[in-house]
Design a protein around this ligand. Structure first.
Ligand code: C2E
Ligand code: SIN
Ligand code: SIN
Ligand code: FE
Length: 423
């Protein structure tokens, strides 16, 4: 049970770690990319600004088509291609292109570049587009240019290539931030682990204590009545052990066995309401006395109805005196109408009553008891369950009749542990 919860918590935390890393990592990566955009745009704009401030003075004269002016601008542009720009295009204020220079070292790249570079609609605001070729960052920018008077003078369009050192810095920044996210989330998970485990340990202990308390109260209640018609509650313990072992031999699940155990402890709890002159009568009961005695079944159902936890004992308490042929009480149920736990319990109840001393009878020997049970198989008892009982009755009776009270208690404790606490 303990290693199970460790596995469960570990699995949950691991999944949570992966999930949060992906989610928060994704958000952080998106933010970082926006930061990269801003950073590269600033670099590109700055360099473009230097270029245009050097050439802006000539823009007005472009229309006049002085070849030497154009020549001069082209020369400046070619200079700039040695830095970061790989393409520079210039437009006049009428949005007519009058210059396009391409870095001569970039011819092989040009085809790729053409796929990404697109014509911006010429607007009076900065526009940009980032793209990657061969894992390098390129930023295409479009800047409207203003002359000294603040009037639109033309447009600068360029493709800016981020250099290796800057690219590596950006890459490192992004990777470092993502690693930090993953590590911080991992550290949080690691810190949560012992907290969850210790909280769970507290809960497991608490629910174990509660279960133990419930079982103890069930035993106390069962013992209270056992003490009245004999001076020990060992009969109750014995009959419970018989019932568990018979149910186990039939392959019943622990959930079903738990109901049988509660039922076995409490089957005669209704005898609390039967007066001593009947309950402890040394001889045979009269018909009226036996009619009163039979009500112990209904009194028992009333008593356990107060407890939700004891609800699964009801089949045994209510139906342990039904008989397979329908001649039992209180309802006269027949065959499989009688709940299985009650049919199982009827056999071990009578077996224990026969082999024990009662105020009204001496104990029978094992063989005499079995003879009576076999005779009543099919009438009183379910013959299929009797067949199971035959296989274990002798050895079990040997064991229990020779065991001390203490040993019987220990054996029962062991069985309770198995069916209530080993989930
Ligand atoms: P119990 O003493 O625990 O007996 C439980 C059941 O064992 C009885 O249910 C009966 O089916 C079976 N049983 C007990 N002794 C004998 C026996 O000598 N022969 C056979 N064939 N079966 C036996 P039952 O008869 O419904 O009795 C329910 C409870 O009523 C008994 O519980 C006992 O407390 C009381 N009782 C039954 N008969 C007498 C009696 O003659 N005198 C007194 N004082 N009480 C009796
Ligand atoms: C049960 O499985 O507990 C009862 C079914 C039956 O009455 O045979
Ligand atoms: C009795 O009921 O005490 C006699 C035993 C038997 O049922 O054969
Ligand atoms: Fe009874």
């Amino acid at each position: 049970m303990d290693s199970n919860i460790h596995k469960k918590v570990l699995k949950r935390l691991l999944l949570g770690w992966l999930g949060f890393s992906l989610l928060i990592g994704g958000v952080v990566f998106f933010w970082e990319m926006e930061k990269v955009d801003d950073h590269v745009l600033a670099l590109a704009t700055q360099e473009a600004g230097t270029f245009t401030s050097e050439t802006l003075g000539h823009f007005n004269r472009i229309d006049e088509a002085h070849p030497e002016v154009l020549q001069q601008i082209r020369a400046t542009a070619d200079e700039f291609l040695k830095d970061h720009f790989t393409v520079i295009e210039l437009y006049n204020r009428d949005k007519k292109q009058f210059l396009e220079v391409v870095d001569p070292g970039m011819e092989s790249l040009e085809k790729e570049l053409k796929k990404y570079v697109h014509r911006f609609p010429l607007e009076d605001s900065v526009q940009y587009q980032k793209f990657y070729i061969n894992s390098r960052i390129y930023m295409q920018v479009l800047l409207p240019l203003q002359d000294d008077g603040g009037h639109l003078a033309g447009y600068f369009e360029g493709v800016y290539e981020v250099d290796d050192a800057t690219f590596r810095n950006i890459q490192h920044d992004v990777i470092r931030t993502l690693m930090l996210v993953v590590v911080v989330i991992f550290a949080t998970s690691v810190m949560l682990y012992p907290i969850i485990i210790s909280l769970n340990r507290g809960l497991v202990k608490l629910s174990g204590d509660l279960l133990k308390g419930n079982i103890e109260l069930m035993e106390v209640l069962g013992s209270a009545i056992a003490k009245r018609d004999s001076d020990t509650n060992i009969h109750n313990y014995r009959v419970t052990i018989y019932a568990i072992r018979l149910a186990e031999a039939m392959g019943r699940s622990s959930a079903e066995v738990r109901g049988l155990i509660s039922g076995a402890f409490l089957h005669d709890v209704g005898k609390i309401g039967i007066s001593d002159n009947i309950l402890l009568k040394p001889g045979r009961l009269s018909e009226e006395e036996f009619a009163v005695m039979r009500t112990h079944v209904l009194l028992g159902v009333d008593i356990i109805a107060k407890s939700n936890w004891l609800g699964n004992a009801r089949d045994v308490v209510e139906f342990h005196h039904e008989k397979f042929d329908g001649s039992g009480y209180m309802r006269g149920l027949k065959g499989e109408e009688i709940p299985l736990n009650a049919r199982i319990f009827a056999i071990v109840d009578v077996f224990d009553a026969l082999t024990s001393r009662r105020p009204y009878k001496e104990p029978y020997s094992f063989d005499e008891a079995m003879t009576i049970l076999r005779r009543d198989s099919g009438s009183h008892f379910d013959p299929a369950i009797m067949a199971h009982f035959e296989t274990l009755a002798h050895d079990l009776h040997q064991l229990i009749s020779h065991a001390s009270d203490r040993e019987v208690e220990l054996a029962l404790d062991h069985l309770l542990q198995k069916h209530f606490f080993s989930r």
